[in-house]
Design a binder for this molecule. Sequence first.
Ligand SMILES: [Zn+2]
Length: 452
Amino acid sequence: MVLDVSCPNFSQGSSWQSFSYIEPQPTHPCEPLMEEDPNPDSPKLYDLLQAATQKLYPSSSLSQLALVSRMLNIKMENNMSQRGYNQMMQLLKEDLPEDNMVLDSYYQTKKLVRSLGLPVEKIDCCESGCMFYWGDDEHLTYCTFCGHERYKRRVSSRKRKLVPYKKMYYFPLIPRLQRLYASPATAADMRWHHEHTKEDGVIRHPSDSEAWKHFNESHHFFVVEPRNVRLRLCTEGFQTFSQFGSKYSSWPVIVTPYNLPPGMCMKEAYMFLTIILPGPTNPKHKIDVFLQPLIKELTLLWETGVEVFDISKKQNFQLRAALMWTISDFPAYSTLSGWSTVGNLAYPYCMEETQSFRLKHGRKTSWFDCHRMFLDQNHPFRRDRKNFRKGKTVQRSSPPYRTEAELLNQICDLGIRKVTELDANEVNRRLCKSCGWKRKTSFGICLIGVLT
Ligand SMILES: [Zn+2]
């Protein structure tokens, strides 16, 4: 959760105007500093926060929101039932002074948390992961690809609630980015990547890297607003119920803003859990089905942006965001990019021009000589027969740079456009073994395009 309820700036004041904020400084000496009223949604947030951060009773050290957040944490960690939660809160309410503000039911607690505007969406999925019931398909009751039913059949007719075979959780990204600028604790730090002093030859933060500078040179419309957000995405499977023995695997997708200083951007509070992919198995090529809501939000943030109130400057501005990197291990890299990371073509830098060979005794594929292609033509390692692959020299130059358009054409020529069009076995049969692409994905062009 981005919002720090223990922050003194959020526990005082009666509206957005009374929240303390860092004195705005113009980014250029000639730039006039214009203060604005927040957009219509922001005052509601501050009013709700003000109501929630009131003391439980006059001499209490806890606010209503602090108690709620700690009790929800206790409920989750101990797998407490709603009935048990209600009984605990009712006992607490009886024991405290009469004018206390304890919420004595789980329903009221959820209502308070929901009103703070950080929603979670539960989206029903096909049991096989072919599609999910969202957008135009929200009212379907059968999978349009495999024909599987959406809901379980209930033996008892008393219970009217329909139970889906599978569902995923999605935590929208835009409200969280808006909170980063609504909180005085983080709003000014979101410009750190632009305002910090850079030292030549030292990389302390991704903003010091060549990839960041190349992005700035390529997208001027994005760079003119330093408050625009640069994101990275991370995903990996994990055993939900135990480390060993359990076969159930879930895939969380975590998005992190890189605008913040090094000491903040890798903290747990700023790693936004965005999607929890349901198990029990690795989604593999069907991961794109589950990424659709995130892709939709990222597209909106890139193309048009959303209006956000920056409390550190007291200004409304159009916030855009760009996904700069993905972080994963090599198997997950294949899942995200669509490029196979097994076999002779696993090395994504060289693609089809790889110099891989099979070890004589180990019978494993090795890319030992690939890196020598990237050296200068006169480098002594190219002619070294003793310390590298025995008796081999490397004369060829490195593979050419491939543009995004070339890669896109290469994938489109394969004839695969939908992840649900073919199952994994049919994909393998249909594609020739000399091609590493296995499908067209949302991130494939970005990942390989940046690498090559
Ligand atoms: Zn299906």
